[in-house]
Design a protein around this ligand. Structure first.
Ligand SMILES: C[S@@+](CC[C@H](N)C(=O)[O-])C[C@H]1O[C@@H](n2cnc3c(N)ncnc32)[C@H](O)[C@@H]1O
Length: 308
């Protein structure tokens, strides 16, 4: 695919789905699925996903048979993501052989052995958590989300939404390693990626620190300090590579978007000479066009229990 002229975040999230499908750690997933089976055998299980984007995790959880009797609320702060989620869910359901019945603004997804109520809501996590909720949730999901926050501030807020004994599934937490192959210039490549990681550590949102380029490894200690019980953890690296037919699905777009993100993060960086950086970015995009670029990002998934 040629270099896009403009970029769409919702298209990126859609393109990311197949990359995440491959990446998610199957030991962590297996343990979650076993526990969800046990929960849903007894009662309708309430799941809350925060920073849910366009709803690809709900689709995956239904497609991978993790949900049978569940009520799933997905929140995201961006209205365009929630609109995209409401648009794509019925289309996805039809192609996968489920029935999606609109229930006012919400959905009921059904098939033999599966009845899942889905609600999408445009809300900021911190504002949502500060509201009074008559019922809390049994399972909390945060996918490709925690590394955008100040984790030590966010964890108590997140856990305040869980019933005692509730499960948390925190996935795709970036952990400080980006690899781009083939190498263009070993020292320069390393310099650019180190500066890129530093921008994640220095990110400030609404005056507060928000981000950690080593969120994955740091989560072990954050979770311990927050009093959570870890049940399973494992690597969930993104590994994007071309095959003889090019990149699968929309993964060429995913790669162009990642390169654009690096460009946006570093474009006015004081330690970067603009023309050399521009040539480097252009060569990376050209590698995607020639189906040569291999991209690896190290990440970690967690499953745990919150006993209150
Ligand atoms: C990297 S995206 C991941 C989205 C989705 N989980 C996925 O993987 O497809 C992070 C998402 O978190 C959302 N987000 C960021 N800060 C948020 C906040 N404070 N409250 C709710 N959503 C937030 C963004 O709008 C974005 O959709």
């Amino acid at each position: 695919m040629t270099v896009p002229e403009s970029y769409s975040f919702t298209r990126y999230l859609s393109a990311k789905k197949t990359v995440d499908d491959r990446a998610l750690n199957r030991c962590v997933w297996g343990e979650l699925a076993r526990r969800l089976d046990a929960l849903q055998a007894n009662q309708e299980t309430r799941l809350l996903e925060v920073g849910a984007g366009i709803g690809t995790m709900i689709e995956r959880m239904i497609e991978w048979n993790a949900l049978s009797r569940a009520d799933y609320l997905a929140i995201d702060q961006l209205a365009e993501n929630i609109a995209a989620a409401n648009q794509r869910l019925p289309v996805w359901a039809e192609t996968k052989g489920f029935r999606a019945l609109p229930k006012t603004a919400d959905w009921e997804i059904t098939s033999a052995g599966c009845q899942v109520q889905v609600h999408f809501e445009c809300a900021d996590l911190f504002a949502f958590a500060s509201r009074r909720h008559t019922r809390l949730w049994d399972v909390l999901i945060a996918h490709a989300f925690l590394d955008l926050l100040d984790i030590s501030r966010a964890l108590p807020v997140l856990f305040s939404l869980l019933n005692p004994g509730g499960l948390f599934y925190f996935t795709i937490n970036f952990d400080g390693l980006t690899l781009l192959e083939p190498v263009i210039d070993p020292l320069y490549d390393e310099h650019i990626l180190a500066l890129y990681h530093r921008t994640m550590d220095e990110r400030v949102t609404e005056g507060l620190p928000s981000g950690d380029s080593r969120a994955g490894r740091h989560l072990f200690e954050h979770l311990r300090r927050a009093g959570a019980q870890l049940l399973e953890a494992g690597a969930s690296d993104w590994v994007v590579f071309p095959t003889t037919g090019g990149y699968p699905g929309e993964e060429a777009y995913f790669l162009h978007f990642i390169l654009w993100t690096i460009e946006q993060a570093l474009r006015n960086h004081i330690e970067i000479e603009p023309r050399r950086f521009q040539r480097w970015i252009e060569e990376r995009h050209a590698q995607v066009e020639r189906a040569e670029l291999v991209y690896i990002a190290h990440q970690i998934d967690f499953l745990g229990r919150w006993d209150g």
